[in-house]
Design a binder for this molecule. Structure first.
Ligand SMILES: C[S@@+](CC[C@H](N)C(=O)[O-])C[C@H]1O[C@@H](n2cnc3c(N)ncnc32)[C@H](O)[C@@H]1O
Length: 512
């Protein structure tokens, strides 16, 4: 066994293999999913088999599922029931192989395929009449930023009926695991059979996704696409089968070769309630906290949570760590909760163990909250790696390439009981110009092209170590203007800043 106190931080960037794991990509969409191969590398590096790996903001479950598949005890938590539904369905391993899901697909097929195929031939009145006979959720109000006011307006009557018929057939499956797996496929189908689905340009009509994930609100497509319900569901079900096959195979392999000491447990709690619910310390935390603006997870998950019948109490919405949303959470609330979360994470770690936090934001106060609270909680920052190239280019990011921070930073701390705040210097704080010059000299000493986030992250850490992060007021506009004034130009094809005076090829340093 490797002694944990001899472990060093990971200082190198790990190239993301986004599509590599079918168990995460293609099963069900979720927000800001982390690349499984990166998460695996961190878990393997910082823990041993059988140890506890926690993600308190677990989302669709990449951390805890990968921990389980590495023969660790994966502990998953998220305040959003949709996130827990996805994670727990992927992690469910009670069957030997996927035959039980294939069998269930056949049952659903014989229960509703004929009627689904007839839907295009039915008149509007016939559809309405049939809708009266099936079970539908209530027609609730949607968040105020939505293009339409009520839930049913997210669907054409045919889509509503097709989804209801499919769900009715799935609900009748007797095997609970099979029902769960197909409900996951149905829930993923729900994300495609609605009016927020935007087809990807230049690709098959069925390729694309909901505006919920690309522009983070219920935007209705100008020309909504009506995908064929059975084929759409069938494709999603096959994806679930492929993903589950990976999970089951890996578990069986570990059982045969190493002995199974892995596991997966999940909670649906506000992070603050987690220490009491888990009741013991953990060996490693890898997490991707909510990012503040743009993504109001619970509001945006109504499409799924509502029809799946998952209650989201007002108390959960009040405790959600976001800026904005329907409850208009303030930035101060977000920062205070982000701070608390870091304190809770470090409190839950065993002494001498590690915490990795994935983060990126223009607001340097958010970084300050993380770095300062970690130091207060007596954990030391050991690495800050910019993961360039992991980006999923959402519509928002594509439109604002120059001003967007696309790469994530993985901040890794060790709970060593030390954790010092940087000394506040008596001399004047460095100016933004000085910090940018300083960072440019490190990131691109020879004038080679570089990604903006790499420079930005250098500036943040530089300002932090010089005790000047608090007074740093760097907007994305100032950042771009200063770079342009220094002879740099943003290249939207390479997504890098390129010198207008030097022609050195890109070979940027990837770590701090
Ligand atoms: C950036 S996402 C994590 C995504 C995840 N890394 C993945 O791979 O899918 C942040 C998550 O934090 C959750 N969250 C927000 N406020 C929370 C709170 N107070 N307690 C626990 N989870 C919360 C959100 O529901 C969201 O799923």
């Amino acid at each position: 066994m490797v002694a944990m106190n001899r472990i060093e931080a990971i200082l190198e960037r790990i190239p993301a293999d986004r599509q590599g794991a079918k168990r995460h990509y293609g099963m069900h969409p979720y927000f800001t999913r982390r690349p499984a191969n990166v998460v695996r590398t961190y878990i393997k590096h910082f823990t041993q088999p059988g140890e506890y790996v926690l993600d308190p903001f677990g989302g669709s479950g990449v951390t805890a599922i990968e921990a389980m598949l590495l023969n660790r005890q994966g502990l998953h938590n998220d305040i959003n029931p949709l996130a827990n539904f996805i994670a727990s369905q992927v992690a469910e391993t009670s069957h030997e192989d996927t035959r039980y899901i294939r069998q269930a697909v056949l049952e659903v097929r014989s229960a509703c395929l004929a009627e689904l195929k007839r839907l295009p031939t039915l008149s509007d009145n016939e559809i309405q009449a049939r809708l009266e006979t099936v079970e539908l959720p209530q027609n609730i109000r949607l968040p105020s930023t939505s293009d339409v006011a009520a839930y049913f307006e997210l669907f054409s009557p045919r889509q509503l009926l097709a989804l209801a018929l499919l769900k009715q057939s799935i609900d009748r499956i007797s095997d609970a695991s099979a029902r769960g797996a197909l409900l996951l496929a149905w829930s993923s189908t729900l994300g495609k059979l609605n009016t927020t689905f935007l087809s990807a340009h230049g690709r098959a009509e069925s390729r694309g996704g909901s505006s919920i994930f690309s522009i983070y609100r219920y935007k209705v497509a100008e020309r909504p696409v009506e995908l064929p319900p059975w084929e759409t569901f069938y494709e999603r079900a096959m994806n679930v089968i492929e993903g589950k096959a990976e999970v089951l195979k890996q578990k069986r392999l570990l059982e045969r070769t190493h002995g199974w000491v892995g596991g997966f447990t999940y909670h649906c709690l506000d992070i603050e309630e987690l220490p009491a619910a888990i009741g013991h310390k953990v060996d490693y935390i890898f997490t991707d906290p909510p990012y503040g603006g743009h993504i109001a997870y619970l509001d945006l998950s109504i499409l799924w949570n509502h029809w799946l019948g998952f209650e989201v109490p007002l108390s959960a919405r009040q405790r959600e760590i976001i800026v904005g949303g329907e409850l208009h959470h303030t930035e101060d609330y977000y920062i205070q909760r982000l701070r608390e979360s870091i304190n809770i994470c470090i409190g839950m770690l065993r002494q001498g163990r590690w915490l990795s936090v994935v983060f990126q934001h223009w607001n340097t106060r958010y970084f300050e909250a993380i770095l300062e609270e970690a130091a207060h909680s007596r954990a030391s920052l050991k690495a800050a790696v910019t993961q360039i190239g992991d980006t999923i280019w959402s519509m928002h990011k594509k439109k604002n390439r120059e001003k967007v921070l696309a790469g994530e930073m993985i901040l890794t701390f060790v709970k060593d009981g030390r954790g010092k705040l940087p000394h506040q210097r008596a001399s004047a704080a460095p100016t933004i110009e000085e910090l940018i010059d300083d960072a440019l000299a490190q990131v691109t000493p020879d004038g080679a092209p570089f990604p903006g986030e790499l420079l930005f992250n250098h500036i943040v850490l530089r300002a932090w170590s010089r005790g000047a992060l608090h007074s740093l007021d760097l907007t994305r506009e100032t950042f771009a203007e200063i770079l342009k004034s220094k002879g740099w130009q943003y290249n939207t094809i390479r997504n890098q800043w390129v010198s207008t005076v030097s022609a050195v090829p890109s070979n940027y340093q990837l770590t701090f």
